[in-house]
Design a protein around this ligand. Structure first.
Ligand code: ADP
Ligand code: ZN
Length: 579
C-alpha cells in the first residue's frame, strides 16, 4: 500500500509540472495575439485574385493565411476538403502544415523541451522509486517493525511446519544439497484463509534458516505503470541473488497470477510482472539458495502457468486452527499479558471455532486494551468476553452462533459417516484425518481417506469407495432424519455419480461387459446406475445403523476435539464395535 501512495505523489507532482507548462505555452500564444477572422467567401475571393501568399493547414476549425501585399496574417474557416491543399498549390500559394510555420517554431520548441523535461523527471523519479522500493521496506532485518521470528512464534500449524522442514535445511546449507545433486522446489505456495499465519510462516522460514527475508504483495503491482512492476521484480531477485540466499515472499499472488481467461480485462502490467516473476524463477540456477514463497486465499483462481514444475510446485494448505491449536495460539499471545487468576483459556479455545490465528491474536489484544482502560493491573474474564463478543459481532451476527452449533453437529455426523464407512468397508483404507474445521476449499469439514494404492481396483473395492462417498449423507439421514439432510453432500454426490457411471460403462462391472455408453441409449444406462446406487446406499445405511454406537462416539469426539487422526478413529471404532 505504501508504494502506491508514493506513486500518487509522483503523479501529483507531474500533474503540476504539466499544468504549468500548458499555462506557459498558452500564454505564449496569447501574447502573440489572435489573428483577425475573415469569412471563407472573402478568402476564396482573395485566393482567386492571387492575393493569398501562404496558408497554414491544420486540424483546427480555422486555418491561418497571409496576404501577399501586406503580409498580415488572418484566419478563416477550415474547409477540411481533401483537395483544398491541391487547390492552394495550383493557385501558387505556399502551403505549410500546422506547427511548422516559421513563427510557431519557438512555441513548438518550448513545448518539446517542456514535455521532454516532464518525461525525464517522471522517469528519474520512477527509476529511483523502483530501486528504493525493491530494496527498502522488503528486507525484514532492516525493518524495525518486524523482529526476526522463528517456529517458536507459530503455534499449531504442525503439518505446515513439517512440510517446509526440508526447505529450511536447504536454505541453511544449499551446498550440501548441491553436492548430492538434489533439486529443491523453487517456489512454495501457501494457501488458506486470511489470518491463518501464511506470512508468519514465510517469515519464520527465513528466521529458522537465518537468511534474509524479502516481502512484496501482488496487489502492490496492480496499479503501477506498465514496466514498473516487472522492473521491481527483477530488482528484488537481483538483490536476493547478491545475498546468495533468502526467502522471497509474495503475498496475494492471486492479484498477479489470476487465470488469464477470456481476454477481458487483460492487464498488461500484471501480465508483464507475472512474466518477469516466472522468468526470474526459471532463471535460478539450481541450488541458488533462494526460495520463493507465495501466499493466496484463492488458489482456485491462479493461472496454471504459476503451478507448473519449476515454479510453485509445492503447495501447502494452511488451515484454520482446531481447538488444540487455538489453545496454543491463545497461550502464545497471552504470554506478554498479565492474565488474572482463573482466566479459562480452554473455554475460550472451545468458544472460538472458525477463528483464525489473526482473529485470536486480535481478540487478546482487544481484551488487553479493555484491561488497560480499567487499569486494575490484570486482564480478566470480563475483558476477554467483551472482546469475544466484539469479535463475533464483527465476524457475523451473534445470534447466528446457535445456528452454527447445529451446523457443526451436522458436519460432525457427516464426516463421522465417511470415516466409519472407510474404516469398516476395507481394512486397507487408511483414514489419515477427519475434521469439522473447514478447509480453504469451502467444505464444512473433511475426511482424508486414502484408499489402498493399486494399479487396478476390484469391483468390490469400487463399490466400497462409492459407499464411503454415500456415508456422509447417510449419517446425516440416520441421525437428523430424512427431511433434514443437507446440501453439504453435493461434492460426495458428484463423485459417487461419476464412479457409478464408470462402474456401469467403462469398467463393464454391470450387466454388460461392454462399454454401454458406446452402445446404448442413455435411459437404460441411467436405469442401471440408479439401481446400483440404490443398492449401495441401502448397504451403507445398514452398515452405519449396525455400528451406530461407533458413529455416535465419533461424532461426539469430533464435536469436542474437532480433529481426529487415523489412530483416534481406529481406537474409537474398535472400542465401540467390541462392546
Ligand atoms: P496470513 O498471511 O495467513 O493472512 P498472517 O501471517 O499475516 O496471516 O497472520 C497475522 C497474525 O496472526 C500474525 O502476525 C500472528 O500474530 C497471528 N497468527 C496467525 N496464525 C498464527 C499462529 N499459528 N500462531 C501464532 N500466531 C498466529
Ligand atoms: Zn462428505
Amino acid at each position: 500500500m505504501k508504494h502506491i501512495h508514493k506513486y500518487r505523489n509522483v503523479l501529483g507532482a507531474t500533474a503540476i509540472v504539466c499544468a504549468v507548462a500548458f499555462v506557459l505555452v498558452a500564454a505564449f500564444f496569447t501574447n502573440r495575439g489572435v489573428p483577425a477572422f475573415i469569412d471563407y467567401g472573402a478568402f476564396l475571393e482573395a485566393l482567386g485574385e492571387g492575393r493569398v501568399a501562404s496558408v497554414q493547414l491544420g486540424d483546427g476549425a480555422n486555418v491561418r493565411f497571409s496576404f501577399t501585399d501586406s503580409g498580415e496574417v488572418y484566419t478563416t474557416n477550415n474547409p477540411r476538403r481533401a483537395d483544398f491543399k491541391e487547390q492552394l498549390l495550383l493557385a501558387g500559394v505556399t502551403v505549410t502544415e500546422s506547427g511548422t510555420a516559421g513563427t510557431d517554431f519557438i512555441a513548438l520548441g518550448i513545448t518539446v523541451v517542456l514535455v521532454a523535461g516532464v518525461i525525464f523527471i517522471i522517469q528519474r523519479r520512477n527509476g529511483a522509486m523502483t530501486a528504493k522500493n525493491a530494496l527498502n521496506p522488503v528486507s525484514v532485518n532492516s525493518d524495525p517493525n518486524h523482529k526476526p521470528c522463528g517456529f517458536e512464534d507459530i503455534a499449531g500449524n504442525l503439518e505446515v511446519k513439517e512440510s517446509v522442514g526440508d526447505i529450511i535445511d536447504y536454505l541453511r546449507e544449499p551446498e550440501r544439497f548441491a553436492r548430492y545433486g538434489a533439486r529443491m522446489p523453487r517456489g512454495i505456495l501457501l494457501h488458506g484463509k486470511p489470518g491463518t499465519g501464511k506470512t508468519l510462516m514465510a517469515r519464520a522460514m527465513a528466521g529458522e534458516a537465518g537468511v534474509p527475508f524479502y516481502a512484496v504483495s501482488g496487489s502492490d503491482f496492480v496499479q503501477m505503470y506498465v514496466g514498473v512492476g516487472a522492473a521491481r521484480v527483477r530488482e528484488l531477485f537481483k538483490k536476493a541473488r547478491e545475498e546468495k540466499r533468502g526467502v522471497i515472499f509474495i503475498d496475494e499472488i492471486d492479484a498477479l497470477g489470476k487465470k488469464r481467461g477470456d481476454g477481458v480485462n487483460v492487464n498488461d502490467e500484471r501480465e508483464q510482472t507475472l512474466n518477469a516473476l516466472l522468468t526470474e524463477m526459471q532463471g535460478f540456477s539450481e541450488n541458488t539458495g533462494i526460495v520463493v514463497v507465495a501466499a493466496t486465499n484463492r488458489p482456485d483462481t491462479l493461472d496454471e502457468a504459476l503451478l507448473r514444475p519449476g515454479r510453485f510446485d509445492r503447495r501447502v494448505e494452511v488451515g484454520l486452527p482446531d481447538i488444540n491449536a487455538r489453545k496454543q495460539i491463545l497461550t502464545l499471545h497471552a504470554q506478554n499479558k498479565p492474565l488474572a487468576e482463573g482466566v479459562d483459556m480452554d473455554k475460550l479455545a472451545r468458544d472460538t471455532v472458525f477463528f483464525s490465528g489473526a482473529m485470536l491474536e486480535g481478540l487478546l489484544n482487544d481484551a488487553a486494551i479493555n484491561a488497560s482502560r480499567r487499569g486494575e493491573g490484570t486482564l480478566n474474564e470480563a475483558d476477554i468476553s467483551a472482546a469475544y463478543y466484539t469479535a463475533l459481532a464483527g465476524a457475523e451476527k451473534k445470534d447466528r452462533s446457535a445456528v452454527r452449533q447445529h451446523e457443526r453437529a451436522v458436519t460432525a455426523w457427516h464426516e463421522s459417516g465417511h470415516a466409519l464407512a472407510a474404516t469398516l468397508t476395507n481394512p486397507e483404507n487408511r483414514v489419515a484425518k477427519v475434521t469439522i474445521i473447514p478447509s480453504g476449499a469451502g467444505a464444512g469439514g473433511f475426511c482424508v481417506n486414502i484408499p489402498p494404492e493399486r494399479m487396478y481396483y476390484t469391483k468390490q473395492e469400487l463399490e466400497q469407495q462409492i459407499m464411503v462417498n454415500f456415508a456422509g449423507r447417510c449419517a446425516e439421514e440416520i441421525h437428523f432424519g430424512a427431511s433434514n439432510i443437507t446440501t453439504g453432500a453435493s461434492n460426495d454426490i458428484e463423485k459417487a455419480t461419476e464412479a457409478v457411471l464408470q462402474y456401469v460403462t467403462r469398467y463393464g462391472f454391470g450387466t454388460s461387459i461392454l462399454d454401454r455408453a458406446k452402445l446404448e441409449d442413455k435411459s437404460a444406462i441411467a436405469q442401471e446406475c440408479n439401481a446400483l446406487a440404490e443398492r449401495l446406499y441401502a448397504q451403507t445405511r445398514a452398515l452405519l445403523q449396525k455400528n451406530y454406537a461407533a458413529l455416535e462416539t465419533l461424532a461426539a469426539q469430533l464435536l469436542e476435539k474437532e480433529t481426529l487422526d487415523g489412530e483416534d478413529v481406529m481406537n474409537i471404532v474398535q472400542n465401540a464395535t467390541e462392546t
